[in-house]
Design a protein around this ligand. Structure first.
Ligand code: A2P
Length: 346
């Protein structure tokens, strides 16, 4: 269900992790979507002391994150990782801010709405100070899965992800860049942030391994999809793979549905859905690719076909910019829907 954007009353906004890959993208998204801002506070670690960042033609100093950083802040975006969120989100909530958290710290907390505005925007209304931004590959996959679920009733998903290095922030992007340059000069590379060389390689390992053999990242797909789509019985078996791509995730999906379906109906559902473009003409060599979707707000869906190995199955391929819809854009879309304090009588 869509919510209306909240009023255009200007807000005091803080970005925790403003100097990071998602933080800098948040600045760009807030600027181009004309988010109404009275005061903007940019927060990072002491490593960034003395730096400033540009916003709407102004140079804004980066401040060191402290307990008191949230005085008079209405909306605080957190994009500095789970440890910082666990430590500082409560400071922001106590100061009266509504937090939009990009980490996994609160995503499974039943009192925290986990939101993709195109799917469950109305869940925002139940917030108690924190709203969670979903896992990036789950989010991008659901942009295509949800409209198909609405048509045919989703029951099971098998998926493989192809996740960009931006998923672990600036350090991931730098490591790929450095390794590509080193290898082009026939130099040896030493992995640092990834467990093995990422350039010209694939790593079937994102986040830590669990007792059931899946990784945490893989289980996020099922757990978060259940919450976002309000489908507590949905099953998903996922393999998450880190690939040497800078900033767009791709997901290969096999989805099973309760009801009979047709390719034409599935295409119509995807064409009508918000936030995605169907790019699907194999005869002309047209299909989504991570390089093409880079910098796009929309997610791209293609290679749509009926899965002939199972009744009521569809196979398809989705690509989305991990830093945009997978993180900063979705967070700003959430913030646009947060009711003003005066609207909810706080
Ligand atoms: P800094 O640049 O000062 O290290 P990325 O995910 O791209 O690596 O970005 C992480 C973001 O989180 C950066 O803005 C980084 O700031 C910020 N950050 C990391 N550790 C802290 C911390 N202890 N306190 C505040 N911000 C932090």
């Amino acid at each position: 269900m869509f919510l209306q954007k909240s009023s255009s009353l200007a807000k005091n906004v803080a970005i925790v992790g403003a100097t990071g890959a998602v933080g800098e993208e948040l600045l760009r998204v807030l600027e181009r979507r004309h988010f109404p801002i009275k005061k903007l506070r940019l927060l990072a670690s002491s490593r960034s002391a003395g730096r400033s960042l540009s916003f709407r033609g102004q140079s804004i100093p980066v401040e060191v994150l402290e307990k008191e950083s949230f005085d008079e802040i209405d909306i605080a975006f957190f994009s500095a990782g789970g440890t910082i969120s666990e430590k500082h989100v409560s400071d922001a909530v106590r100061a009266g801010a509504v937090v939009v958290d990009n980490s996994s710290a609160f995503r499974m907390d039943p009192s925290v709405p986990l939101v993709i505005p195109e799917i469950n925007g109305a869940d925002i209304l139940t917030h108690q100070g924190i709203i969670a931004n979903p896992n990036c590959s789950t989010l991008i996959a659901l942009m295509a899965l949800y409209p198909l679920h609405q048509q045919f009733g989703l029951s099971r998903v098998i998926a493989s992800t192809y996740q960009a290095v931006s998923g672990i922030g600036t350090r991931g992007i730098e490591e790929l860049e450095n390794q590509v340059v080193a290898l082009a000069h026939k130099k040896e590379v030493k992995p640092d942030v990834f467990p093995y060389q990422i350039a010209f390689n694939l790593l079937p390992h994102i986040d830590s391994f669990l007792d059931n053999g899946y990784t945490r990242e893989e289980m996020k797909f099922q757990n978060e999809s259940q919450r976002i789509m309000h489908l507590p019985n949905l099953k998903a078996s996922v393999t998450c793979v880190r690939v040497p791509v800078y900033r767009a995730h791709s997901i290969s999906i096999h989805a099973e549905f309760e009801n009979p379906l047709s390719l034409a109906k599935a295409q119509d559902a995807l064409i009508a859905a918000p936030g995605i473009d169907l790019i699907d003409d194999p005869s002309k060599g047209l299909y989504p690719m991570p390089l093409e979707v880079q910098g796009c707000d929309q997610c791209h869906v293609g290679r749509l076909r009926v899965d002939y190995t199972t009744p009521h199955g569809l196979s398809f391929w989705v690509c989305g910019d991990q830093l945009l819809k997978g993180a900063a854009l979705n967070a700003v879309q959430i913030a646009e829907l947060i009711p003003d304090r005066r609207d909810i009588g706080r």
